[in-house]
Design a protein around this ligand. Structure first.
Ligand code: SF4
Length: 299
């Protein structure tokens, strides 16, 4: 939200400049430690272990003036950061599976300008996941779960509601199997919202889904970024589908997820608008890379 506020205040191309300036200022000087901020309010980010430290102005300045990696490492040793790496090249021991995301549909009805998945097909033939595959995946998820443990099953696409029957069958099966094993299972879906029905809302409520709907801002902006494949805007349909769900008393959280591009930088407006509509939360995700190159937030 700090970044979102900054983008919102700057707006338009100035916002892109601000993002670029932040990225330029934190460009790595050496492979491991990165400096962030300035001498008045400096931070040191150590890649190994994703460790972030506040550092005093003297140390910041010494590191900033250091030309090569070995000299930087020598300074880090003086402050105790030469410790055994958190992450090394040894392959990890087999870990039990706790969470699974099922891309139940390799297809989509939208044609978002920046789509990471080539309009839902991931560059292949459009198709749905079959039920056997989905149930086998659920078995894999629950195979190593211990009684009293937790598991999480998420549905993605393309657009997952294109394959509603498999999504529902896999959910029912997972809930039954989890109950049998004494495992608490949580469900989630990320959807474009165009196919959402009142019955879907009942289903999500029954199984306690966390629902994330991709929306990119006010109608005109959203429609420019997330049109149907045929070219028409999708905003009106999505909000029409969602309003009955948002208005009802529910235990499931509904989140709007905004992909941030140079076209929709008035994030405060977007946040206020979606909260006023009844969303429980709004997430902002900057678009740093798109296969088409369109909508990227850098440059
Ligand atoms: S909703 Fe948009 S971004 Fe998501 S798969 Fe479909 S076209 Fe791509």
């Amino acid at each position: 939200m700090i970044g979102a506020g900054a983008f919102g205040r700057s707006g338009g191309k100035a916002g892109v400049g601000l993002a670029s300036a932040h990225m330029a200022a934190s460009t790595p000087r050496w492979p491991s430690p990165h400096l962030l901020g300035d001498a008045d309010r400096g931070h040191l980010f150590v890649v190994d272990g994703s460790r972030l430290y506040d550092i005093d102005p003297d140390l910041f300045t010494r590191l900033e003036r250091t030309a090569d990696a070995s000299a930087a490492d020598a300074i880090l040793r003086t402050i105790g950061l030469e410790a055994r790496p958190y992450v090394d090249d040894a392959p990890p021991a087999a870990l039990p599976v706790h969470a699974l995301s099922l891309a139940v549909a390799q297809k989509c009805n939208l044609g978002c300008v920046y789509c990471y998945a080539e309009q839902g097909s991931f560059g292949g033939a459009a198709k749905n996941m079959d039920l056997c595959t989905a149930l086998a995946a659920v078995d894999l998820l629950l195979a190593e779960a211990q009684p009293g443990g937790k598991a999480s099953l998420a549905f993605l696409g393309g657009e997952p509601l294109v394959n509603r029957s498999v999504l529902q069958e896999a959910t029912r099966y997972a809930a039954r199997q989890a109950t049998r094993r004494g495992v608490a299972i949580g469900f989630a879906i990320t959807t474009n919202g165009t196919l959402l029905t009142a019955a879907d809302g009942d289903f999500f409520e029954e199984y306690g889904f966390a629902v994330t709907v991709s929306l990119d801002g006010p109608q005109a902006l959203h429609d420019r970024l997330r049109p149907y494949k045929g070219g028409g805007g999708s905003f009106e349909r999505i909000l029409g589908n969602l309003r009955p769900l948002l208005a009802r008393t529910r235990r499931v959280p509904i989140m709007a997820r905004v992909t941030v591009t140079p076209d929709n930088l008035a994030l405060r407006n977007t946040l206020d608008g979606f909260i006023a509509e009844g969303f429980d939360s709004v997430g902002f995700s900057p678009l740093l890379s798109a296969p088409s190159g369109r909508g990227e937030l850098v440059g």
